[in-house]
Write a protein that binds this ligand. Structure first.
Ligand SMILES: [Zn+2]
Length: 373
């Protein structure tokens, strides 16, 4: 295609190098390095960047291109040296600074984690009036979306990735991460996308009417090539809601573990109550000085700071929520808890919820009374 044609042209120009002034030659090698990188030929891209550096050693872009290709090849310490050289030559370049920070993370390794909020990292700039309504609804509902992965392999899962799947994938790409899986904490449309229930339809379709659907698990699977995971109890429901084949969905069960590259794993805790298949995701690093103590808990709509998810919905169950909260009480006090919405704050801890939230000792009678309809 166009890329191959461009590469051939640059290669030809580079072959006639003797005829070109160094300035022009450097830009030919730089363009070739970029085109080869885009094509996925990272090793060849490094070689082209080396020629570029030879032609114009003080040009920050040459070192930046070399860094990008080395990063892709997971040669992180060499990438860091190239980006550092680029920064010496262009101290104000924000792209270079960002790449250097990501490379420091990659050199260090471990679990890679980001909390995203609509209007901040995604659902920022709509490309159509319909999308503007959807993004507005996302900002109003304050759905947190999470990316959890491995800083070394640069592969990650997206948790509750919907509303703006392209925006989320773009955020991952800018962070030099590749989405490999999409996990829903429960089937609700504001966590998995798909068909919007009638009582919420006006919010995301406004004057456009019809039967609105949100991008979500389906788009993660079809457009961004991820696996799709939801608790076994909600697989059929999600297949219908998101128009996916049953075989395209991997059912999750209590205790299931999803690998995070070399960094650790996600352990699935089945915590029904808000919905029958609600899960909390416990992120556990592998070995290390902390001895594999969990890093954080993604609590979906099960726990919020000072409260729990709604229990007045048709398939919610107060008794089951009581049992699920009891299960979470056994986790370490210092464990950070990241909820599915920004209601009441961006995060809390198990200890804080045991003191002042719904993990405090409450008798079943009192709990049932609190949520009596
Ligand atoms: Zn929900």
């Amino acid at each position: 295609g166009d890329l191959e044609q461009a590469i051939a042209l640059y290669q030809q120009a580079a072959a006639e190098a003797a005829l070109l002034p160094p300035e022009e030659l450097a830009s030919v090698w730089s363009n070739l390095a970029l085109a080869l990188f885009k094509q996925g030929s990272a090793a060849e891209s490094v070689a082209a960047a080396d020629k570029c550096i030879a032609a114009k050693p003080e040009w920050h872009k040459a070192h930046y291109r070399r860094g990008d290709a080395l990063f892709y090849l997971r040669r992180y310490t060499e990438a860091r040296d190239s980006y550092a050289r680029a920064q010496e030559l262009a101290a104000d370049d924000r792209e270079v600074a960002a790449a250097l920070a990501l490379t420091a993370e990659a050199v260090q390794g471990g679990v890679w984690f980001r909390q995203l909020l609509p209007g901040r990292e995604f659902a920022v700039q709509a490309s159509s009036p319909m999308e503007e309504l959807i993004f507005g609804a996302a900002r109003q509902m304050q759905n947190h979306i999470y990316l959890v992965g491995c800083a070394t392999t640069r592969e990650c899962y997206v948790v509750d990735g919907c509303w703006d799947t392209d925006g989320i994938a773009g955020f991952a790409r800018r962070n030099k991460m590749r989405l490999v899986g999409a996990i829903g904490t429960h089937y609700h449309f504001d966590h998995c996308g798909g068909e919007v229930p009638p009582q919420m339809a006006a919010m995301v379709s406004g004057p456009f009417g019809g039967k609105p659907t949100l991008p979500g698990l389906r788009e993660m699977k079809r457009d961004h090539n991820t696996t799709v995971h939801i608790h076994a109890r909600e697989v059929e429901r999600i297949a219908k809601q998101c128009d996916l084949e049953l075989a395209e969905i991997s059912p999750l069960e209590q205790g299931a573990r999803l690998p995070l590259g070399e960094a650790g794993e996600i352990e699935v805790l089945h915590t029904p109550g808000h919905s029958g298949g609600s899960v909390c995701l416990c992120v556990r690093p592998s070995g290390g000085p902390s001895g594999g103590a969990p890093l954080c808990l993604l609590s979906g709509d099960t726990i919020f700071p000072g409260s729990c998810g709604r229990l007045d919905l048709p398939d919610s169950d107060v008794d089951l929520m009581f049992e699920s909260l009891a299960q979470l009480r056994d986790l370490p006090d210092e464990l950070k808890v990241y909820p599915g919405h920004a209601y009441g704050g961006a995060s809390t801890t198990i200890g804080r919820e045991k003191q002042a939230g719904l993990l405090r000792p409450i008798s079943k009678e009192d709990f049932l009374r609190m949520f009596a309809r």
